[in-house]
Design a protein around this ligand. Structure first.
Ligand SMILES: *[C@@H]1O[C@H](CO)[C@@H](O)[C@H](O)[C@H]1NC(C)=O
Ligand SMILES: *[C@@H]1O[C@H](CO)[C@@H](O)[C@H](O)[C@H]1NC(C)=O
Ligand SMILES: *[C@@H]1O[C@H](CO)[C@@H](O)[C@H](O)[C@H]1NC(C)=O
Length: 220
């Protein structure tokens, strides 16, 4: 009994609980999604793709263009191609002259937050997605995720490009502008957006798992 009480009030126990929480918070779900995606590609004998932070930051701006409207994802409404150069790249500090063709994009939206590996399966639910995943033209990838107004719905976006890793989607000064809320891959950014993301998702009217998949060639 005395032992149990000691454990209960032990400052060491408290510290170790804190430390655990910390490890979790410093994870970046977008980086994890890229890791899962590349593991799947290599298991499929496709190349591992370079994680491009400029491209990933653009993926986060792409999500933000939806302004939390999950239904628009289901209806395949999408930002116009010109927004890449006019809005997304500048928001990330990415030099618009370094944009290269987008060879694939995946966007998913869900009322509740899911772990990156689950998000990957969710994004891969259609054959079209798998075709995009294994497309041989991709050389690089960028992923992003964010909730909306401190809760659901949660968006996941993956953009693929055929550019050369260190000369496409190049951010000025070498570092893409971090914009919160939301997390994007490739920036060694310990995204504490996880704080926000791990809150239980409230039910949303558009509680659908919606997904659009599209490919397009980007021309400057
Ligand atoms: C790759 O992902 C797809 C879609 O989630 C899944 O069906 C497949 O089993 C995965 N492959 C490997 C080797 O994990
Ligand atoms: C790869 O790119 C070439 C040239 O743009 C295109 O013709 C081809 O269809 C693409 N391949 C795939 C698998 O998308
Ligand atoms: C870019 O990458 C290529 C090959 O991956 C390398 O030869 C070149 O030096 C790199 N350039 C810069 C500026 O890092």
């Amino acid at each position: 009994m005395a032992m149990a009480l000691w454990l209960l009030f032990s400052p060491f126990l408290f510290l170790s609980v804190c430390a655990n929480t910390q490890t979790k918070v410093t994870d970046n779900p977008a980086d994890e999604l890229v890791a899962v995606l590349n593991a799947n590609r290599t298991a499929h004998k496709s190349s591992s793709l370079a994680d491009n932070q400029g491209l990933a930051c653009v993926a986060l701006q792409y999500i933000k263009a939806y302004q939390g409207d999950c239904k628009a994802v289901g209806e395949s409404k999408k930002p116009s191609d010109s927004e890449f150069a006019e809005t997304f790249a500048p928001n990330c500090g990415v030099d618009a002259s370094t944009l290269t063709p987008i060879t694939g994009r995946l966007l998913g939206c869900r009322s509740k937050y899911v772990e990156p590996s689950k998000a990957f399966s969710m994004l891969m639910e259609s054959q079209k997605s798998l075709d995009i995943l294994y497309n041989k033209n991709h050389t690089e990838v960028g992923a992003a995720t964010t909730g909306t107004d401190g809760g659901g719905p949660y968006f996941w976006c993956v953009l693929f490009s055929s550019g050369k890793h260190n000369s496409s989607f190049v951010p000025q000064g070498g570092v893409a502008k971090i914009s919160r809320p939301g997390c994007f891959s490739g920036a060694n950014d310990e995204c504490s957006g996880a704080d926000d993301l791990s809150r239980p998702g409230r039910m949303w009217l558009y509680a659908v798992t919606a997904l659009i998949v599209a490919e397009y060639a980007f021309r400057l």
